[in-house]
Design a protein around this ligand. Structure first.
Ligand SMILES: Nc1ncnc2c1ncn2[C@@H]1O[C@H](COP(=O)(O)OP(=O)(O)OP(=O)(O)O)[C@@H](O)[C@H]1O
Ligand SMILES: [Mg+2]
Length: 261
């Protein structure tokens, strides 16, 4: 989990502050890193700054002060387009192209990289299988012909296309029924263990975070409250806010963590 001395973290936020015009200070000096093979879950209540942290990574926004480094290079020194194409990104409403079928939607990142049609269709086909969507059936369908859960799988497949070493996921399994959500969490976790990528996973669901992530970062009102493994946070919550966050999920977590909790 700890990067060796030659490998910079996949993402590092250094003393990051972000103020939106006419808004509150959304981030108030955040220091956080994600190792190259780590899944970090960012947890917090609505409006705490989670999406803001993600948007800084693919440079949809810039910090007001401080610095965000991707693979050791400040986002200010990355070309924004090259930066975005170097990572996978899943947003809450998935953002599929309505006029393209599922296969073309999944293949889009490779199309943007200028890869030939045959190559991108073949890779998209493979990723559909990996996220549990039978390609024979789903490849020709348009997004409106899918259920919400199927659309989210397409979004996850697209984020994995082109084998990015960094994936940003903003509530990727939100608004799903608990059973489908659980299936997707387990599938994603299996995939990630196989592929060993850096993932920043935003969620407000503590149980989901514990299932998919190596470490959790708890944010509140733009401040990072605590970072650690689920067992660390459960055993030694930094304050009442962290303790409360865990209280609802306590019994589930104790089961999941077994003796380690
Ligand atoms: N473009 C914007 N202009 C002004 N204020 C903004 C803008 N985007 C976000 N904010 C404010 O910044 C704060 C953090 O927003 P952010 O979207 O990061 O929260 P979040 O933790 O992702 O919340 P949620 O769980 O509801 O998605 C909020 O108070 C929000 O109103
Ligand atoms: Mg958000």
């Amino acid at each position: 989990m700890i990067p060796n001395s030659h490998t910079p973290p996949a993402v590092a936020w250094h003393q990051v502050r972000k103020s939106y015009p006419d808004g509150p200070e959304a981030l108030r000096g955040v220091d956080l890193t994600v190792a190259p093979d780590e899944c970090l879950a960012i947890l917090g209540t609505s409006g705490s700054g989670k999406t803001t942290l993600l948007k800084l990574v693919n440079r949809l926004i810039d910090p007001t002060s401080g610095d965000v480094l991707v693979r050791g290079v400040s986002t200010r020194d990355w070309d924004p387009i090259a930066l975005r194409r170097s990572m996978g990104y899943v947003i809450q409403d998935v953002g599929l192209m309505p006029h393209m079928n599922v296969l073309k939607n999944v293949g889009l990142p490779l199309r943007l990289q200028g890869r030939p049609t045959q190559e991108r269709d073949a890779e998209a086909w493979e990723w559909l299988e990996l996220v549990g969507l039978e390609p024979d059936r789903f490849a020709p369908l348009r997004p409106h012909q899918l259920s919400g859960g199927q659309r989210q799988r397409v979004g996850v497949a697209r984020a994995l296309m082109g084998d990015p070493d960094l994936i940003l996921m903003d509530e990727p399994f939100g608004a799903l029924d608990p059973i489908t959500r659980r299936e997707l969490q387990d599938e994603f976790h299996r995939l990630r263990l196989r592929l060993r990528k850096a993932v920043v996973f935003v969620t407000h669901d503590i149980r989901e975070a514990c299932r998919v992530a190596d470490r959790l970062a708890i944010v509140d009102h733009g401040t990072l409250i605590q970072v650690g493994t689920p067992a660390d946070l459960l055993r030694r919550p930094a304050n009442a806010f962290v303790r409360n966050f865990f209280s609802d999920a306590q019994s589930v977590l104790e089961d999941m963590l077994g003796d380690s909790a």
